[in-house]
Design a protein around this ligand. Structure first.
Ligand code: PGA
Length: 244
């Protein structure tokens, strides 16, 4: 399967900046050997989807509510994201888990809602530095997978060690390969055959200079990119490093 290079803009960008990133992506995406996705803030999804319409670059959201509609001030449903032009949604990012107290159970409910609305969920898991130092990374990630993925899950999983996000630090290649192999095993155990073909992205300080090494590792199905996705040239540089 083609690798997926997904950009998570987080809470960055106004209309003008969104256009400045999306327009060069549209031009640069032709002929890449991977799939490209950008996940701007909700206020920019329509703008970015419009700029990228008919191109090779898909658009996604960064979160959705578990309910379809109703009295949930400030929240956005999966159907609203889809209506705005999104085809994917990131769920359970560590910043959502930390800043908004999102539990595995909440992430699972959101994943069900996203799938029902026709979005492809990207479910994020990953250990903290303290958990890694205590050797608990497999137990933590295994627990997050079991708790966050609904039965029959179809979508993408992103492994993002919390301590590698926005820090410029990454795990060793051996550690990334070991974790991705572990996640593959858990996916097959949880989902059967369906778990064998799902893409597992690596996320955390991916940049053009380390992308080829990370994307070349076994069971790495792409990258979830934060900071480097805010510069079109850096994001395209990572995409060009993807395995064909
Ligand atoms: P980063 O963020 O690339 O800036 O480390 C990754 C993410 O949080 O998805």
């Amino acid at each position: 399967m083609r690798q997926l290079i997904a950009g998570n803009w987080k809470m960055n960008g106004l209309q003008e900046r969104a256009a400045a990133i999306a327009a060069p992506l549209r031009r640069g995406a032709d002929g890449l050997g991977c799939d490209l996705l950008v996940c701007p803030p909700a206020t920019l999804i329509t703008t970015v989807a419009h700029i990228l319409a008919g191109s090779e670059v898909a658009v996604g959201g960064q979160d959705c509510h578990a309910r379809g509609e109703g009295a949930h001030t400030g929240d956005i449903s999966a159907a609203m994201l889809r209506d705005a032009g999104a085809r994917y949604v990131i769920l359970g990012h560590s910043e959502r888990r930390a800043d908004h107290g999102e539990s595995d159970e909440m992430v699972r409910a959101k994943t069900v809602a996203a799938t029902a609305a026709g979005l492809t969920p990207i479910v994020c898991v990953g250990e903290t530095e303290a958990q890694r130092l205590a050797g608990e990374q497999n137990a933590v990630v295994g627990g997050q997978l079991a708790g966050s993925l609904p039965e029959g899950f179809v979508g993408v999983v992103a492994y993002e060690p919390v301590w590698a996000i926005g820090t410029g630090r990454t795990p060793t290649e051996e550690d990334v390969a070991a974790m991705h192999g572990f996640i593959r095993g858990r996916l097959v155990a949880l989902l059967g055959e369906g778990g064998a073909g799902l893409r597992i992205l690596y996320g955390g300080s991916v940049k053009p200079s380390n992308a080829a090494a990370l994307l070349g590792l076994p069971e790495v199905g792409g990258a979830l990119v934060g900071g480097a996705s805010l510069q079109a040239e850096d994001f395209l540089g990572i995409a060009r490093a993807a395995r064909a």
